[in-house]
Design a protein around this ligand. Sequence first.
Ligand code: GRF
Length: 199
Amino acid sequence: MSFADSLKPWRRLGVLVSGKGSNLATILSAIAEGQLMGEVACVLSDTPDAPALAHAQNHGVLTQIFPRKDFLSRQARDAAMAQFLREQRVDLVFLAGYMRVLEPVFLETVGAPVLNIHPSLLPSFRGLHAVEQALAAGVKIAGCTVHGVVSDVDAGPILAQAAVPVKNNDTAETLHRRIQEQEHRIVLETLWRLQQKGE
Ligand code: GRF
């Protein structure tokens, strides 16, 4: 089955986070305000003190931590996360600032398509520090991408993109802030569009 064929209207979203969680907060608010149907079934994190977890807890969403030290290997951790998501019957997984590369066992066993938001116009600037990479390359247009997750990092099918002009005096921080405004928009648009699929 192609990645596009695996995308179905979703009802139960599983979200993986490592950091501040502004994308997660945007999704939770859109659901609370009725702009998106469905629910965030659970939020998983590798990082026990990720600020993103507070957003989930404020919305009464189940959270579960999977610290590396609790597992024999990265494979064991990722297999346990996939099993947890299956048990929660999620039908779509969203990586909203999840900062680890998932082991193949995760994608092989999770049983739902997995999407990621990345702060560059892929295929440029894959991997970590994408905003810094864009500034170092001197590009005049940066941006963000929602894409399907496959075993190669940031190499899956592109579902949505937004461009953000780079200003002369931009730092990684100021540029990332403007990119994140667009991230929030295209994440919601993509999740909304998937819900319309087939209707
Ligand atoms: C975003 O810039 C996203 O593109 C990248 O990680 C960051 C997460 O931000 N993958 P937040 O935690 O959603 O605020």
